[in-house]
Design a protein around this ligand. Structure first.
Ligand code: NAD
Length: 336
């Protein structure tokens, strides 16, 4: 079965998910939507993929960019819509998706309640089968859950305390910051990230967060109390066996910070220097009895792309988790 897919919101996440859908032999990208006639709209138009909300038709006519139809027409043609509009807007669109009976995947900027089910492949792929709606959790939550679900299944987790060092803006965002400060955000505890983890994995977790002047990655400092005493070897074994986690041996590779990780992605020929994998610094893994410390880096613009592709399969097909991960990761060129 080929799943017909629409992308509503063709920005940072939407354009990446659209390209990933084009690489799947069991999916068809029917169209993407744009609200403004810019260069991305032009690129989608040239491929016959551009649809726009009806009230925006005139703007596109004036710009001379040809559209294939309206958002409503697009929704009539598809099985699944990936909503990658800015946070809070997906909630409004849910009524439209309901009207056309189309399955919808929302992003981490929406509240859990919008979909009623938060998704992360390694944690709960099977539970998504047959659901009408799912929300792929945010980039930070995806990074946390890849490690936490892996360790919870292999060893068992008692408690997690983590600090999220967040990038100030995506590279193209000129109006965000800070450019010269470290901002506790929020300054009151806890941050929403741990609460978001709990929408998928019911564990004792509390997080704090600060925002720093960088655009390329987030960095997480994790302190995990496990259910039993562990060795560093056992942690390494679990993380190395898990999909979508790259354990980076900085001692020998020279990769000791987020800039070097992104340089590695560039040298690997990754488009836009995307790194769909979570990067864990091997030397940061430190164990004391049941207690584990580690540091990991998240490429915020691309880490959720594989999970969006899996979410499409989980909602619309009965493909197994293992098969979906295999298809997604091989087509996107993830290394393991
Ligand atoms: P973005 O601003 O880069 O892209 C959003 C796109 O939606 C833009 O092209 C915008 O023009 C379009 N849009 C705006 N209003 C619209 C409307 N009414 N109808 C249709 N399209 C509309 O945003 P993004 O960074 O891609 O974020 C999208 C979602 O993904 C958010 O929920 C966000 O929280 C989440 N997310 C973002 C990141 C990240 O680092 N950028 C990471 C993970 C998850």
């Amino acid at each position: 079965m080929t799943v017909k897919v629409a992308i509503n919101g063709f920005g940072t996440i939407g354009k990446r998910v659209a390209e990933a859908v084009l690489k799947q032999d069991d999916m068809e990208l029917v169209g993407v939507t744009k609200t403004r006639p810019d260069y991305l709209a032009k690129a989608a138009s040239l491929r016959g993929l551009l649809y726009v909300p009806e009230e925006k038709l005139q703007d596109f006519e004036k710009s001379g960019i040809e559209v294939a139809g309206t958002l409503d027409e697009l929704l009539r043609k598809v099985d699944v819509v990936v909503d990658a509009t800015p946070g809070g807007i997906g909630k409004e669109y849910k009524k439209v998706y309901e009207k056309y009976g189309v399955k919808a995947i929302f992003q981490g900027g929406e509240k859990h309640e919008v979909a009623g089910f938060s998704f992360s492949t390694l944690c709960n792929y099977e539970e998504a089968h047959g659901k009408q709606y799912a929300r792929v959790v945010s980039c930070n939550t995806t990074g946390l859950l890849r490690v936490l679900c892996t360790l919870h299944k292999e060893i068992g987790i008692e408690k997690v305390r983590a600090t999220i060092v967040r990038r100030g803006a995506d590279p193209h965002e000129t109006k965000r910051g800070p450019i010269n400060a470290i901002v506790p955000n929020p300054v009151t505890l806890p941050s929403h990230h741990g609460i978001d983890v709990r929408t998928v994995l019911d564990i004792d977790i509390a997080t704090t967060a600060v925002v720093v002047p960088t655009t390329i990655m987030h960095l997480h400092v994790l302190n995990i109390v496990l259910k039993e005493n562990v060795s560093k070897e056992k942690i390494l074994e679990a993380l190395e066996a898990a999909p979508r986690i790259l354990v980076i041996p900085s001692e020998f590779s020279g990769i000791k910070d987020t800039a070097k990780i992104i340089e590695m992605a560039r040298d690997m020929g990754r488009k836009r220097y995307d790194l769909n994998e979570l990067a864990v610094f091997e030397e940061s893994i430190s164990v004391n009895g049941k207690e584990l410390f580690l540091m990991q880096a998240v490429h915020q613009e691309s880490i959720v792309v594989p999970e969006n592709i899996d979410a499409i399969r989980a909602l619309a097909t009965n493909v197994s988790k293992e098969e979906s991960i295999r298809k997604t990761d091989s087509t996107l060129g993830l290394v393991k």
